[in-house]
Design a protein around this ligand. Structure first.
Ligand SMILES: [Zn+2]
Length: 260
């Protein structure tokens, strides 16, 4: 049987699409945050950045220190290519009726794209806010349904919390509370675990100036920055974001969504 050229092209396109889909599926459970490969604008040699290793995260509700201080294992098939000064702004615990729209307005003003790690319960209550963020080019990640400490739950409850969150290619465990079993559940749900490089501690409401300082202090090519649009009053976060983006834009940074 001889196929007409048009049909051959169609089959080739389908096969190529299947190969792409295969490539997009993580082959191994991601054990930790992310892997960044940055190419400087002038340099041909890729600069490998492993930015997540030095972060010592403070536990959100108890203040205890996260004990992870070593370089995390990373999956190889998820690389963030940036051409210099790119930052990945992330906002957790929303959507929230007052502050999510304010964050979106600030982002729009600075031509910035970001990633919102939303709670399933809040997304279900305010689907229009999730849609608004998506419609403006931002990406959505899964932050569980109800924001529990996952390592304290039974395997069944961990699955329920992760699987009932929003559909996304990315998952962020609340309180950075995770282990191999949690990461494996996320991977089974086709979601890569994303942590962060820079914790602004904005949830502590230390003042807009302090939050802005943390953003500017942590800014470096490819860094993932953690802020919150939900979970409390976020006036300081909104103000700090606006000022920080003004400074960082002047320094030549651009702001992109994670591939979620
Ligand atoms: Zn959270």
């Amino acid at each position: 049987m001889t196929l007409p050229p048009g049909k051959l092209f169609l089959i080739a396109a389908i096969l190529f699409g299947a190969a792409l889909a295969q490539a997009a599926t993580p082959a191994t459970p991601p054990a930790a945050a992310h892997h960044l490969v940055a190419s400087g604008p002038a340099g041909p040699a890729p600069l490998k950045i492993s930015t997540a290793s030095k972060v010592v995260a403070k536990h959100r509700s108890t203040g205890r220190k996260n004990q992870r201080t070593t370089t995390p294992a990373v999956a190889d098939d998820w690389t963030l290519t940036n051409d210099g000064k790119v930052l990945y702004l992330t906002f957790d615990d929303g959507p929230q009726v007052t502050y999510t729209p304010q964050v979106l307005r600030v982002l729009a003003r600075h031509h910035a794209k970001a990633t919102f790690f939303v709670l399933g319960r809040e997304a279900a209550a305010h689907p229009e806010l999730v849609e608004l963020a998506r419609s403006q080019g931002h990406h959505i990640g899964n932050h569980t349904w109800d924001h529990p400490m996952l390592t304290h739950l039974t395997p069944k409850r961990v699955r329920e919390e992760i699987f009932s969150g929003v559909k996304s290619k990315c998952f962020r465990p609340p309180y950075r509370d995770t282990n191999a079993a949690v990461a494996a559940v996320a991977a089974a749900n086709h979601q890569r675990q994303i942590l962060w490089d820079v914790d602004t501690n904005d949830w502590e409401k230390p003042g807009a100036a302090a939050i802005q300082h943390e953003i500017l202090r942590g800014a470096r090519p490819g860094a993932i920055i953690l802020m919150h649009d939900g979970g409390g009053t976020r006036t300081q976060t909104v103000a700090a974001l606006d000022r920080a983006l003004t400074v960082l834009s002047a320094r030549g940074y651009t702001f992109r969504s994670l591939p979620c």
